[in-house]
Design a protein around this ligand. Structure first.
Ligand code: ADP
Length: 491
């Protein structure tokens, strides 16, 4: 077992300022904020704090970069793709440093950081391939008309991202936006700005013209809100909580009615049928919830298990959870690092208390691991009922809630009985049953005999309050272009 005591490497933190116009800037108001290592609770460094005035500066740079005669607008689509490929190459070149930086700041296991960076480079390359394939349609008109559509970039896109996958969320946002020819103001989460700032230096090195990508570290209420409410930002894309997603949509509506795309939370069901291979089902359910210390918007946080295999499932899941390696995220054997910060840590332990109080049975975990940092032991509750708080609210922590079912019609209703609709999974050997679930589950992604099988070419997003718009795949481009109809009269 790896030690809980984290021994972070001495990393040279190169970039802590605001990135505008391919240059590093101090904050206009001269403020900085601390960035914390979640493995120890200690400060890593101070970062310049962008406020409204810095957002204005970034908007000015971005608008200039989007000017119709700018170098960026005059680039051939394929040349845009080449810049993106170069950026992807640089991500892979620097994976050693970048994975350590990501782990230092976010706490995720270093092997997971590497996986995220490879996936991010792949995502950027996937979208690089689209740059010269974003086509409109020709449309039949009257005999003396030519009608066609152009898919044009929207303009200045604000992108507000969370702390759980700092590099990957950046890649998911930059990829489609750049492929369509937009310019970007990216606000990383205040908890995890370091990898985005380093990546900004790679954007410059790759050769993107100044102002095309700007990175502004800052908090939500001031900096994030300034983006969402800005009169000269044309679109805002957001990944985060439902609560803030609603605020962003409201700020967008009250300002200039900028376009909005949202990827929000979940309380995703994973349904294990009686015919499932039990060991396989246990391993999928384990991964579905505990991946990334369960700080995952698609986390399979309601595990519905058929009554006939329920007891065996619990016993085997508890054994697996107890063996999960929680500890120093820099140790390559570690599977689970700390939660992101003290407030999440306390919130999660509060949910554990609520589960106990509501009468669920704590099978394992439910407590802190180690004495510093924000580590929590993998936790399993059995006997969870639909109306308990732990079955209704997003915990964003390593807590598996196992619910029993014996009727398939009933479990579909229960699985759908939530305001969320991001992901859903079903484990069964009966393909007809799997397909029936796939048809009836209300979720943006349904995985049959798998979970969280997200890939760059397939769309990802939410039904209901889990968001609107899709990321990834061809559908992901739709959030980043305007459709212009051109009608030509043949006079
Ligand atoms: P989480 O609960 O995962 O921290 P949040 O939804 O609070 O998620 O935050 C996700 C992102 O939204 C972060 O970059 C954060 O700074 C930003 N944010 C928080 N509040 C606001 C706000 N009022 N307006 C715009 N962005 C915000």
């Amino acid at each position: 077992m790896s030690s809980i005591d984290s021994k972070p490497p001495k990393l040279d933190i190169k970039y802590t300022q605001i990135f505008i116009n391919n240059e590093w800037h101090k904050a206009v108001k001269g403020k900085t904020f601390p960035v914390i290592n979640p493995s120890t609770g200690e400060e890593i460094c101070q970062v310049e704090e962008a406020t409204r005035a810095d957002v204005d500066k970034a908007v000015e740079a971005a608008r200039k970069a989007f000017d119709v005669e700018s170098p960026w607008r005059k680039l051939e689509p394929a040349a845009r793709g080449n810049l993106m490929r170069k950026f992807a190459q640089l991500l892979r070149r620097d994976i050693g440093y970048l994975s350590q930086l990501e782990t230092l700041n976010n706490g995720k296991a270093v092997e997971d950081s590497k996986g995220d960076i490879y996936a991010s480079a792949d995502c950027i390359e996937y979208y690089a391939g689209w740059t010269d394939k974003i086509v409109g349609e020709t449309i039949p008109g009257a005999h003396d008309q030519m009608i066609f559509t152009r898919h044009e970039p929207i303009g200045v896109c604000g992108q507000i991202i969370p702390w759980n996958y700092p590099i990957m969320m950046m890649a998911w946002k930059l990829g489609p936006a750049l492929a369509c020819g937009n310019v970007i103001i990216l606000k990383p989460a205040e908890q995890t700005p370091l990898s985005a700032l380093y990546c900004a230096s790679l954007i410059k090195e790759a050769g993107f013209p100044p102002g095309v990508v700007n990175v502004i570290p800052g908090d939500g209420p001031e900096c994030g809100n300034a983006v969402a409410a800005h009169e000269h930002i044309d679109k805002v894309a957001f990944t985060g909580s439902v609560e803030i997603g609603k605020k962003i949509q409201e700020a967008a509506a009250k300002s200039n009615l900028k376009r909005v795309s949202l990827e929000l939370g979940g309380k995703s069901p994973l349904i294990i049928c009686e015919d499932a291979d039990i060991d396989y089902a246990v391993s999928v359910a384990h991964r579905a919830i505990f991946t990334n210390a369960a700080q995952n918007c698609t986390a399979g946080s309601r595990t519905f298990v058929h009554a006939k295999i329920y007891d065996e499932f619990i016993a085997k899941s508890v054994e697996l959870a107890k063996n999960r390696v929680v500890g120093d995220p820099f140790d390559p054997m570690t599977e689970q690092g700390p939660q992101i910060n003290e407030s999440q840590f306390k919130k999660i332990l509060g949910y554990v208390e609520s589960g106990k109080k509501d009468g669920a049975k704590l099978e394992c975990g439910g407590e802190r691991a180690g004495s510093k940092g924000y580590f929590i032991r993998p936790t399993i509750f059995s006997g969870v009922k639909d109306d308990m708080q732990i079955a209704r609210e997003e915990i964003f922590g390593p807590v598996m809630s196992v619910l029993k079912f014996d009727s398939y019609d009933d479990v579909i209703k229960r699985a759908n009985g939530t305001n969320f609709g991001l992901g859903a999974g079903v484990i069964t050997k009966d393909l007809t049953r799997g397909m029936t679930f796939a048809q009836r589950l209300q979720a943006g992604s349904v995985w049959v005999n798998d979970y969280d099988a997200v890939c760059n070419q397939a769309p990802f997003g939410g039904f209901k309050q889990s968001g609107h718009g899709r990321e990834l795949g061809k559908y992901g481009l739709e959030a980043y272009y305007e459709v212009k109809t051109v009608v030509v009269k043949l006079v």
